[in-house]
Structures are given as C-alpha cells and as structure tokens.
Ligand binder design. Structure first.
Ligand code: SIN
Ligand code: FE2
Length: 217
C-alpha cells in the first residue's frame, strides 16, 4: 500500500482527464512502449523521410511530416488530401507497425471509442520554435472515428478549442508518452500546437515527435 501511495505522489496528474465532451487526455499512456515506438519511427523515416510540405496557399510548413499506413496526409499547391503513395518516392507509405495500431486502438477505447482501426498515421516532427496553427482535422471521410494523438520527446503546449476558430482555446502541456483522444462531439474541434520551447529530451534530443492516428474512409 505504501508503495502505491508513493508511486502516485510522483504522478500528481490524474491519468485520465476529460478535456472536453468526447475528448480525453491519457497521461503517460504510451510510456510503457516508448522504445518500440521510437524504433518504429526511426524505421519509418528511413523509408519515408521527414519533409516540410507546402500548403495550397504556397507557405512551407514549419513542422516536418511523414506518414505510415494505408494512406498518408499530404499537402501541396493543389490542396490537402490522403494518398496511398508517398509523392517524394512514388511508392506506398511504410506499413503501420502493429504496435502503433494496438496503441491507437487501446487509447481510443479509453476515450469511449471501441474498435478504432486507423488506416493512416501522420508523423510530425517539431523542432524548437516550430508550431502548428489552429485547424480542424477534416480531410477524413468518416468523422465517427476519433483522432488519437501520441506525444514523444520534448513537451509542447497543445491548444484545444471549439467548433469555431474564434472559440476560446484551452492550453494543455503534453509530455513524452501522453496521448489525447478526441471524437464524437469534439471530433471537429479546432486544435494546434504553440511554438515549441527549446530543450533536450533524453531519448529524442531537441525535438518533439507526434503521431496522429486517423480513420480516413
Ligand atoms: C495535429 O494536429 O496533426 C498534431 C497535433 C500535435 O502535434 O499534438
Ligand atoms: Fe490536427
């Protein structure tokens, strides 16, 4: 009993926090498999390296991205879309590792979305100073499935708002191993990431890696 008590003191935050209706923050949920996740990301970027994509408006994104799964999210001068082929290499995106699928399914279940079967995983790399402006994830055909987001490496401030861009946003500090799930009434909530503060993570160095799992069709 005493051991449990002291273990809990180290983790002052509740492990499951409802941040909005249909949205939960699962602190440390991915931590037990951190090494497998990092090894899998390293293998993915050998096949499909990180690249900074261009928005339809002609801006180069500060966040570098790649994907794994049956399709990947891309943006270029023609728009945003999911594509089974990596345009950089003209071959399919790397397969989604089984431990990614399993983690996403287990996290979604904790958020109240049983049976989540993602077909795409967008892998984002943030370096100090990079940010992701407020947006909705709305390029998927099926909004009944949630979004599952896994944070690795440096901490970030995640902004989570409402259905309108102008709605007030709340700020959540996400650290290595934290997972956020949003779906149902929160599926189209505006969200983003504040400019990343500099730092050094023991496993990943000066970067934050984020995995977002989606069901696109
Ligand atoms: C995203 O909105 O695609 C990524 C969110 C994050 O990096 O936490
Ligand atoms: Fe997003």
């Amino acid at each position: 009993m005493t051991g449990d008590l002291f273990d809990n003191v180290a983790e002052a935050q509740p492990p499951r926090e409802e941040i909005a209706e249909g949205a939960v923050l699962l602190r440390g949920f991915a931590k037990p498999i951190e090494s497998e996740l990092i090894a899998a990301v390293r293998a993915i970027v050998v096949q499909a390296p990180f690249r900074r994509m261009t928005t339809p408006g002609g801006y180069q994104m500060s966040v570098a991205m790649t994907n794994c799964g049956e399709c990947g999210w891309i943006t270029d001068h023609t728009g945003y879309r999911y594509d089974p082929i990596d345009p950089r290499s003209d071959v399919p995106w790397p397969a989604m590792p089984p431990q990614f699928r399993d983690l996403a399914r287990r996290a979604a279940e904790q958020g109240g979305f049983a049976g989540f079967a993602p077909d795409a995983c967008l892998v984002n790399r943030y370096e100090p100073g990079t940010r992701l402006s407020l947006h909705q994830d709305k390029d998927e055909l099926d909004y009944s499935a949630p979004i599952v987001s896994v944070s690795l490496g440096l901490p970030a401030i995640f902004l989570f708002g409402g259905m309108a861009r102008s709605d007030k946003t709340r700020r959540f500090r996400l650290v290595h191993g934290d997972v956020v799930v949003w779906g149902g009434p929160s599926r189209l909530a505006y969200h983003g990431v504040a400019p990343l503060a500099d730092g050094e993570h023991t496993l990943l160095g000066r970067q934050r890696i984020n995995l977002t799992f989606r069901r696109t069709r």
